[in-house]
Every structure is written in C-alpha cells, then in structure tokens.
Design a protein around this ligand. Structure first.
Ligand SMILES: *[C@@H]1O[C@H](CO)[C@@H](O)[C@H](O)[C@H]1NC(C)=O
Length: 650
C-alpha cells in the first residue's frame, strides 16, 4: 500500500479545482498548469504553429521601434505555407485580444527523429517585398513559433547572474549596419524532450530553441544547409529580384527537465534581487508613512471628538443653569462646524455615481484576477488566460457595478434613477470601447495583425450587451430597492459659506500631492508590466503584483482620507469630487510615467506607432483613474461617516 501525503500544494490545487467547478464558465477556457501534458511516441508528428511576428528591442540599440505586429502569412513576407493553405488554430478570447494569431505551418517535426536540411519552398522576393522585410529586420521584428504550446526561443546568458534562459522569439534577420541586412532563411530547430519515467513511448516536449541563419545558395540544386554560405541580402532596388530557398533542420535532444517545470527557463526574472530590493524599499516607506499619518490622525481625531463632546456637555450645563467651565475652547473651528453640510449631495451626483459604480467593478475584478493568478490559473502555458479571465470577470461583475452605482446615487438623493441605471454599464465601457475601436482602425489601416478581428469585436459587443448590461441592470435594481444609506448627521437647508483655503488645499496642488504616493507604491512594478506589454516579455510575478496592489490601495485610501480631513478642518465640505479626483490623479502620474518610458525605451518612426502608444497608455490611465478615484472616494466616505457619527450634534 502506498499512502500519499497530503501536501499543501495539493490542498491548493484542490481548493482551486473546487473554485473552478463553482464557476459557470466553460472549463476549456482555463486549466491548472500541469493538468494536461501531451505525450508522444517516437515518430509522432509534433505540430509547429506560427504566431504573429512582433517587434522586440532592436539588437543594435536596445530600443523598441514599433508596436505593430503582422501576420506570419503577410503577403510581403512570402513565408512558406502548408500545401493545403494555412489554417488558423482555435484560440481563447483573451489570446486574440492580446494579439495572438496562431496558424498552422509546413514544418514537419517527428518526435525524436533528427532531420537535416529539409527544403521548404523557394520564393522570389520582388523589390517591394524586400523593402518591407528589410524594414522589419531593421526594426528588430521576431518570429514567434509554438511547439506543443512552448514558444521557440533563443538561449540567452544573463550577464548579471550568469544563468542561461530562453527568450521567446527569434529574429527575422540581422541588421549588421551599412545596409548589410541579412535575411534568415534557414532554421536549426532544437527540441528538448523528456522521457516520462523511463518509458521510451512517452516523450514530452520540454524546450524549444531555434537558431536562425542566413544562407545564400548559389546553386538552387545544391541546397546543403552548410553554414559556409554567404548571407542572403534582399535586393531592394526597383526591379530587383532575389530568389530565396527556405530550409530547416530538426535536432531532438533528451533532457532531464520534467514537463511540470518546462516553463521555468522562459520565466527568467531579470535582476530578481534588485526587484525585491526596490519593492521592499518602497513597501517600507509606504507602510511607515501610512502608519505615521494614521497614528497622528487618530490621536488628533480622538482629541477633537473629546473636545467637541466636552463642549457639548458645557453647553448642556449652561442650559441647566449650572456654572459653566470656561477652558478657552471654542467651537468655531474644526471639522465639526460643517456637520450640517458634509453629507450634502455633491454637484453632478449622476456622473460621480456612475464612475464609482464602474470603479467598484474594476476594483473587484482586479482583486479576483490577481487571486486567480496567484492560484496559478494564469500560467503562461495557458495562452491568453489573463485576457479571457479579465473580460469574463468584468462582464460578470457588471452586477457589482450596477449595485454600487445605485446605492451611491440613492445616498446622494439622486432622482434620475433611470439615467443612472442606463449610464452605469454604458458610459465608461462605451468610452473605453470607442477608443479601443479607433485605435484598431489604425492597426487595420496598417494591415497589422494586432487589429482585433471584426468577429471578435462582435463577440465583445455581444458579451457586453447580452451579459454585462442585464447584470448591471439587475445590480442597479437591487441597489435601488435597498434602503438609502443614511448620513449620521442631519444636513441643513442652507449651505454654509466656505472660507478661502490655503495653497496646498487648493484643488490642483492637493490632487498632485495625493496622487504621487499611490503611484510611488506601484511604480517599480509598473516598469516590469510595461516591459512585458511592449517588449512581449512573459509577466508572471503575480506575488509582487499582489503586494503592490495591496500597497496601492492602502496608500490611496490613507492619503485621500488625510486630505479630506484637512479639507473639512478648513471648513470646506465639497469633499466628494475632491476625494475622487485627488486619488484619481495617480493615473496622471501613470500616464506621465508612460511618456517617460516612451522617451527612454521606445522610438517610433511612424505616426501610427506614436498614436497607438499614446492611445493605449491613455486608455490604461483612464481605467486607473476610475479605480484609484473610487478607492479614494469610498475610503473617505467611510471616514466621514465614522467621525461624524462619533460626535454629538444638537
Ligand atoms: C539528434 O541530434 C542531436 C544533436 O546533434 C543529438 O544529440 C541526438 O543524439 C540526435 N538524435 C538522434 C536520434 O540521432
């Protein structure tokens, strides 16, 4: 009898699969990594799929020159297609949204059978195609192949740690300067395979490396793949024709790496020590700051409340005719003065409530996404699972958005409830979708494969209107049905005069001051996320992300509460929009950061590239604006309710 120990990891896997079973989504959309390995017998065909070609940092200057991706079978590339034409491989929604365009290829890989110098096809490049290909080579475009779900990579040695790792993708050609641009037409494919528990009939793919080279075969009948040949230089002069023969070799090498850890080499963390260091550094600063601020504030508040309630006592004593104690305290200062106005509805309550509903929706979505990621659902072996899960969660959480928006609007005493119900699921998503659509038009115009296909657009609109909007309506209905959130103090008929405020409490300085701290909490992680977005690096440091997200929430809440406290002390009771906008200013810093990143790491020669970059950055910043603004508002709301409930009024 063999008894299996119940390990923590299997407990986590169990919990995760229970969670999975409880979700109404199709199970095929995600699976736990390590659940479905494919075993091959020697000689079995292992499919090689090709994905869109993408720019990576150009080797000559380390700078990204484009954001446009192109289809592998772009007519100007003339890559060899299968005899019966390329077919597209089924992908998840998130995978399509994030730019995967996976197709079949003519490469024949037979498990554990070496092949040397197989010929694919012969193509003649006209001048126009040559110019296009050379442009791609100059900009550092790379080919992205997938063998058994693993990206074909190149082996790179990390200068800092000396460890070797696989960087996905390999270059179309080499730009050697002085117009000597070599086009790669031969691929040495090295596939590492692992024998499952010594069984020679159960072989699994655990690593894929491709070494491309440029071989100019003088005699088309003597194609020998020898590396002695000159490089292929495409003739870009008008009327120039360059014949190119595509060839490849396949080498299978046995490996000790097991299937479960085959991704480790791809998920190489660049400078992990520096990453940890800067993260802990910012975490300590943030926590220290927040704790100091909070402790000072709690003390001041306690004093305030005690003073106000003592004053109350004195006033009562006054009324009952006993001698009044005069200790010099006066009631004509501080936040208590605005008790009759602090819960007065803000201007434009409809817009604010719609933003807050969407913010709540984003907040919960982000939380769940990071949780799923920590549980391992979003492993890179599961292509596009991140995008899919975000779209699905956002859709399903439409209910939360509707509910939050309705409750806030009701608390504001809003009356246009029909408009609120309609705008909550339409305004913010509509805005985001419109911008997304406009940017997509740019990609379409440039024949980029990054353009989301029309059918996918329709699917998104379908999901939005068939699932998200009704769910949001349902949430709104529940929200409007429940009792209005009562304010702890009565609001006066006539609004108080607001005295002029000091400089740092003026709207713009206070916003800039408040926004910088939450930004500081996420700024290190942001750098890695941007690298993974723009340089197609695999992002998987969800532990770091979780920490940062937590830090951002805490800072955002704490700083906004502090600002609201100062504002109320200055007898300014227009805190609702101020809290939302001040916390939302974090997004302005995020946008600014994206611009600095542009200057330092990217260089676009085309207008389209710049427009796309600015457009996507603005889109992401806008979502951050809604998210952080809502965190700021809700924490301030909680805070004001708390403090005004603790003093006696009248
Ligand atoms: C295939 O080629 C690799 C690398 O040259 C070699 O290590 C391996 O033994 C070869 N396999 C077979 C089955 O010949």
């Amino acid at each position: 009898m063999v008894s299996r120990a119940f390990s923590p990891s299997s407990a986590a896997a169990l919990a995760a699969s229970l969670l999975l079973a409880a979700l109404p989504q199709p199970a095929s959309a995600f699976y736990l990594p390590g659940v479905a390995p494919t075993s091959y017998k020697p000689g079995d065909t292992v499919p090689l799929y090709v994905n869109a070609i993408r720019p990576i940092a150009a080797p000559r200057d380390g700078v990204l020159h484009s954001v446009m991706s192109y289809d592998y079978y772009h007519p100007d590339l003339h890559f060899c297609a299968p005899a019966d034409g390329p077919k597209s491989v089924g992908e998840s929604l998130g995978s399509i949204l994030f730019g995967d365009r996976i197709m079949t290829s003519p490469f024949e890989l037979k498990m554990a059978q070496n092949e040397t110098c197989k010929q694919l096809c012969a193509v003649t490049y006209e001048a126009e195609s040559s110019q296009f290909v050379n442009m791609l080579i100059e900009k550092g475009y790379s080919l992205n192949w997938l063998v058994d779900g693993l990206p074909a990579g190149q082996e790179i040695i990390d200068d800092l740690t000396g460890t070797e790792f696989y960087s996905p993708g390999f270059l179309i050609g080499q730009d050697n300067g002085n117009n000597a641009i070599a086009f790669n037409n031969h691929y040495d494919i090295v596939v590492e395979y692992h024998e499952v528990s010594g069984n020679p009939d159960q072989l699994r793919v655990v690593g894929v490396l491709v070494q491309p080279s440029s071989l100019h075969y003088e005699d088309p009948n003597a194609v020998d793949c020898s590396l002695q040949h000159q490089a292929v230089v495409l003739d870009t002069k008008a009327g120039g024709k360059t014949p190119v023969q595509f060839t490849y070799s396949v080498y299978w090498t046995p490996s000790k790496t097991v299937w479960a850890t085959r991704w480790d080499k791809y998920l190489h963390v660049v400078e992990p020590k520096i990453h940890w260091f800067s993260l802990i550094n910012s975490a300590i600063i943030v926590v220290f700051l927040v704790l100091t601020v909070l402790s000072v504030m709690v003390r001041t508040l306690k004093k305030d409340i005690a003073r106000y309630n003592r004053l109350d006592q004195i006033n009562l004593d006054d009324l009952s005719g006993t001698s009044a104690l005069d200790d010099g305290v006066q009631e004509d200062s501080g936040w208590k003065l605005v008790h009759g106005d602090v819960f007065r509805a803000p201007t434009h309550p409809l817009l604010l409530s719609v933003f807050l509903g969407n913010g709540a929706q984003l907040f919960v979505m982000t939380g769940f996404t990071i949780m799923f990621a920590l549980l391992g659902f979003l492993s890179p072996s599961n292509r596009g699972s991140l995008g899919t899960i975000m779209v699905l969660l956002y859709t399903v959480l439409g209910f939360v958005g509707g509910y939050a928006s309705a409750r806030v609007y009701k608390a504001f005493g809003g009356e246009k409830w029909k408009l609120n119900i309609a705008l909550t699921p339409l305004l913010v998503p509509g805005l985001v979708f419109s911008v997304f659509f406009l940017l997509d038009l740019f990609l379409w115009a440039k024949q980029s494969s990054g353009a989301v296909p029309f059918t996918t657009m329709l699917v998104i609109i379908g999901i939005w209107f068939v699932i998200s909007v009704p769910l949001s309506f349902a949430g709104s209905w529940v929200g409007f049905r429940s009792a209005a959130i009562e304010s702890p103090v009565h609001t006066n008929q006539i609004p108080r005069q607001i005295p002029p405020v000091t400089t740092y409490l003026k709207p713009i300085p206070s916003m800039l001051l408040v926004g910088i701290l939450p930004f500081g909490a996420i700024f290190v992680e942001l750098y890695f996320i941007m690298n993974s977005i723009w340089f197609s690096k695999i992002y998987y440091m969800f532990g770091f992300l979780f920490l940062c997200y937590g830090l951002m929430i805490i800072t955002c809440a704490a700083v906004t509460v502090l600002m609201v406290y100062f504002l109320l002390c200055a007898e300014n009771y227009h805190w609702q929009w101020r809290a939302f906008l001040a916390a939302g200013t974090t997004s302005l810093y995020i946008f600014g950061n994206a611009m600095i990143y542009w200057i330092s790491k990217l260089s676009f020669s085309s207008l389209a590239g710049s427009v796309l970059y600015v457009g996507y950055s603005a889109l992401i910043s806008f979502l951050f604006f809604i998210l952080t603004g809502s965190i700021g508002f809700f924490s301030s709301w909680w805070f004001t309710r708390k403090i005004y409930a603790s003093i006696k009024v009248d």
